[in-house]
Ligand binder design. Structure first.
Ligand SMILES: *[C@@H]1O[C@H](CO)[C@@H](O)[C@H](O)[C@H]1NC(C)=O
Ligand SMILES: *[C@@H]1O[C@H](CO)[C@@H](O)[C@H](O)[C@H]1NC(C)=O
Ligand SMILES: *[C@@H]1O[C@H](CO)[C@@H](O)[C@H](O)[C@H]1NC(C)=O
Ligand SMILES: *[C@@H]1O[C@H](CO)[C@@H](O)[C@H](O)[C@H]1NC(C)=O
Ligand SMILES: *[C@@H]1O[C@H](CO)[C@@H](O)[C@H](O)[C@H]1NC(C)=O
Ligand SMILES: *[C@@H]1O[C@H](CO)[C@@H](O)[C@H](O)[C@H]1NC(C)=O
Ligand SMILES: *[C@@H]1O[C@H](CO)[C@@H](O)[C@H](O)[C@H]1NC(C)=O
Length: 817
């Protein structure tokens, strides 16, 4: 329709056409014809008035020429008898002639009413009839209808082109189009104004997103379209990451440990972005806001936000670095170390861990300097200028802590003097020199030096033990311990001197009568380190301890002396050289003490003066005897022997010294007996009397005869016994003889069986010894043979102090644990 209207050629009817009309009219008065032209616009369906002069002509005719044609058709005429409407008038709408005029009124204009209207009017005036031609050009205009919008794409992608057309059904040209955009915020802007209905957006942007409508207008009216939404698809843009709390360093974002950190990602996109968070390239969260409550140091790393437009399947990514700051644990650690050979102090402060490193500072150094640094700092402080109990404080601060931590340290000079002492390991293998000066901060340095000043061993803090292999070369030597503390300008010392032991005794020869106890004494005069024990050796060179039973020896010790008591001395066993010995790590000493056990004088010989059965029944014997001298007798004992012997049995023990007769009862009347009597002086036993057998009472010749016979038997018996004893004693020299008599296998048991005999005979041999002992009573005898042949104890090291008598001895220390 619009096109049709627009396509209409202009009204081409001109005055030139009039002669044609005139030729058709019959004009009675040939005077001049007056022409009048007007143009009138009407609107379809509305009314319009077409005028034909101002006064009512006497005669008039309205004609109508359709556009595009040149034929004129009558619509209405009035020749004075009222207007006569022609058939054509019905096509031109609701057409009437206005009363008292020649003007036409058309209601409800149809489009077909458009055209050239011609009113030929004749006026009868006094000057004559006058003819008028009124040409009225009527245009029928169409108002614009409500436009509508056509979009090439209602969801275009940013960067593409899109066109919009404002569609219109009706409306007379020219039509003007105005494009309006209403943004999201409601602001309406005019985008374009044009007579073209099409708008081509060659590069659509997100800014084009919004409501659109078009307004179409022509000379009749204007109409707006409904609004339409243009949804531009775009994005995602490069994401923007907001970190709260916000803290940026040159290395990226930072956060304090245990804070709640929120990472907000925003990437503009339509449709809105889908967000995925990555930590060190692993996906950790989906959504725009990644919140880490109580962030930890291990959460340091790279955080990436990936934004995706699922519609376009496009994505963009941004990565930030987040560093979690955390403080070091606890508080700084303070210490004081000695430096420059224990002349100065190094104040050391350290606070490890934490990121970034903690800041440290020493306050109040003596010179007022402020020593600062990170993680650990050291400040050198001159030692002797520092007083005891000086306090130094180190302050530590860290970004992630709102309080300052600190540590303090205090100098401390040990009290008093270093202490020296020496001791030895067990068995005196090693000598240990101990020096200590406990306490102090920092601790003092201790070292040992010989008295010539040479340093010995290593230097140690607080205490120093110098270990030396024991040697007599150290005897008489002094050692000095030096102790240096930074707070003292000079070092302190303590010294000690090593000395080998020296032994003395009150009496080097002690004599005692046998049977009595005797005490030997040893006195220790000087020694360092102290001797742990004075050792005694008996006359057999055996070490004496308190463990022997029955108690032969009793030891008594005190710090400086030791007593050895020999109990119930025996003249044959206990005499001899005893030794007391003392050893420390730098030497040893021993001294001999000679013990003389004196025997009592030999009692006199005894003779049996009379021996006789008291009756014929031969069960009781009366015996009487005599002594060759008086005195030196403490008692007698009587023995008998049942013949042929050889064993003797004691019949009595300890008869009073004044006794000279005795009756022996309960003998076997069929046995034959021999008797002998021996005198005793304390422990000394005299020679037994001659052997006698009793005679029957009243028959005096008999004892002599019988005695002779018995005597012969006895001699034979004793000879046999002596042979056996000889074989036993000399079995090593004459093994064949021994084996011949006793046999090889049981030789041992035979010996044991024979032992009692052996002892008896040994006792006989002992009588010979006693003879020697008799001589010993007057002049103290030196050696009871076999016992003294034993080797003497040896001691290593042997370091007899000079001045002692040079005795050529070797001492073996009996080591026992
Ligand atoms: C356009 O004009 C035709 C004829 O007058 C009419 O039938 C039609 O309804 C009109 N359209 C609108 C949208 O007004
Ligand atoms: C709109 O403009 C683009 C680019 O100039 C062109 O390619 C396209 O054909 C135009 N569209 C219309 C409907 O004129
Ligand atoms: C959209 O409009 C804003 C403000 O007018 C402008 O800064 C921005 O560059 C525009 N964006 C595009 C894609 O044209
Ligand atoms: C993450 O990456 C950072 C930097 O490369 C690294 O220091 C951190 O240890 C990594 N974290 C884990 C859990 O791998
Ligand atoms: C140094 O001070 C400490 C602590 O008060 C104290 O124990 C020590 O004896 C003092 N040292 C000296 C040498 O006075
Ligand atoms: C050790 O012997 C000496 C000398 O015999 C003596 O003076 C001292 O009292 C004795 N000590 C003891 C405890 O018996
Ligand atoms: C005592 O008897 C023994 C042996 O019978 C004899 O050797 C000694 O000479 C006698 N002594 C005296 C003083 O007769």
């Amino acid at each position: 329709m619009v096109h049709r209207l627009l396509g209409l050629p202009g009204f081409s009817l001109t005055v030139l056409l009039l002669p044609l009309f005139l030729n058709g009219l019959e004009i009675l008065d040939p005077g001049q014809v007056v022409y009048r032209e007007t143009r009138t616009n009407g609107v379809v369906d509305k009314g319009v008035i077409l005028e034909c002069g101002t006064t009512l002509p006497d005669v008039y005719i309205w004609g109508f020429t359709k556009p595009g044609t040149d034929t004129i058709r009558a619509v209405v005429y009035n020749f004075g008898k009222g207007p006569k409407l022609q058939q054509l008038a019905k096509d031109l709408g609701d057409l009437n002639v206005i009363t008292n005029s020649a003007s036409l009124s058309i209601e409800k204009l149809p489009l077909a009413a458009e055209g050239l209207y011609t009113c030929q009017a004749l006026y009868d005036t006094v000057e004559g009839a006058r003819l008028y031609y009124y040409f009225v050009y009527l245009r029928v205009l169409v108002p614009v209808s409500k436009p509508y919008i056509l979009l090439s794409d209602s969801s275009p992608v940013e960067g593409t082109s899109v066109w919009m057309r404002c569609g219109l059904e009706n409306g007379t040209d020219p039509v003007n189009y105005i494009w309006e955009q209403e943004s999201r915020s409601g602001v309406v802007t005019t985008l374009a104004e044009s007579n073209r209905s099409l708008v081509n957006v060659t590069w659509v942007t997100r800014n084009h997103t919004g409501w659109y409508r078009c307004l179409a207008r022509n000379e009749v009216n204007q109409q707006r379209s409904d609004r339409i939404w243009l949804d531009v698809i775009y994005g995602p843009d490069l994401p923007q990451i907001d970190v709260t709390p916000y803290s940026v360093t040159e290395r990226g974002y930072s956060a304090l440990e245990k804070e709640t950190v929120s990472l907000m990602c925003q990437a503009l996109s339509n449709p809105p972005s889908q967000y995925v968070w990555f930590y060190n390239n692993s996906q950790v969260y989906t959504g725009p806001q990644l919140t880490i409550t109580k962030i930890l140091r291990m959460h340091t790393g790279n955080y990436a936000c990936l934004a995706q437009n699922t519609y376009l399947n496009t994505r963009s990514k941004k990565t930030i670095t987040l560093t979690v700051y955390y403080p070091p644990d606890g508080a700084p650690y303070c210490s004081i170390l000695p430096v420059n050979n224990y002349n100065d102090l190094a104040l050391f402060c350290s606070w490890e861990g934490g990121y970034p490193p903690a800041m440290l500072s020493w306050s109040q150094s003596v010179h007022g300097d402020n020593i600062q640094g990170t993680t650990n700092i050291t400040w050198i402080q001159p030692g002797p200028e520092t007083t005891n109990n000086s306090v130094f404080t180190c302050y530590g601060s860290h970004l992630a802590l709102n309080v300052t931590q600190r540590c303090s340290t205090k100098t401390w000079l040990p009290y008093g003097e270093p202490q020296c002492s020496a001791y030895a390991t067990r068995n005196n293998e090693y000598l240990m020199l101990s020096c200590s000066w406990e306490g102090g901060f920092p601790r003092a340095l201790l070292w040992w030096a010989s008295d010539s000043g040479n340093m010995q061993g290593t230097s140690e803090e607080n205490s120093n033990i110098l270990v030396l292999r024991s040697s007599s070369t150290y005897s008489g030597k002094a050692f000095v311990c030096h102790a240096k503390h930074p707070l003292n300008k000079e070092s302190k010392t303590c010294a000690l001197k090593l000395e080998a032991p020296v032994l003395k005794t009150q009496r080097s020869v002690v004599s005692v009568y046998e049977g009595n106890d005797v005490q030997l004494t040893c006195i220790l005069s000087k020694n360092y380190p102290a001797v742990t024990e004075i050792t005694w050796y008996n006359n057999m060179k055996q070490k004496v301890d308190n463990s022997d039973t029955p108690k032969k020896y009793v030891l008594q010790h005190a710090a400086a002396w030791s007593n050895l008591t020999v109990r119930e001395t025996d003249g044959t066993v206990d005499s001899g050289q005893y030794w007391c010995s003392a050893i420390n790590a730098v030497g040893g000493a021993e001294i001999p003490i000679r013990l003389l056990v004196m025997r009592y004088p030999m009692p006199p010989n005894v003779t049996i003066s009379r021996i006789i059965y008291s009756s014929q029944r031969r069960t009781d014997v009366n015996v009487e005897w005599l002594t060759q001298a008086d005195g030196n007798i403490t008692g007698f004992f009587i023995e008998h022997q049942r013949l042929p012997g050889p064993l003797w049995y004691k019949v009595t023990v300890d008869l009073e010294p004044s006794t000279r007769s005795y009756q022996i009862n309960n003998l076997d009347p069929f046995g034959k007996y021999a008797f002998r009597i021996t005198a005793v002086n304390y422990r000394t036993i005299g020679h037994p009397s001659e052997v006698k057998s009793p005679a029957l009472p009243g028959f005096n010749a008999f004892p002599a005869v019988i005695g002779a016979a018995i005597g012969g038997m006895l001699v034979a018996t004793i000879a046999t016994v002596l042979l056996f004893l000889y074989v036993v004693r000399n079995r090593n020299n004459n093994p064949r003889l021994h084996d011949l008599i006793f046999g090889r296998q049981n030789s041992q048991s035979r010996e044991n069986i024979n032992y009692p005999e052996d002892e008896v005979v040994g006792g006989a041999e002992g009588e010979g010894d006693r003879g020697e002992g008799d001589r010993g009573e007057t002049s103290p005898s030196t050696s009871p043979g076999p016992s003294m042949a034993l080797p003497r104890p040896t001691a290593t090291p042997t370091n007899l102090p000079p001045g002692d008598e040079p005795v050529n001895v070797t001492i073996t220390v009996m080591a026992s644990n």
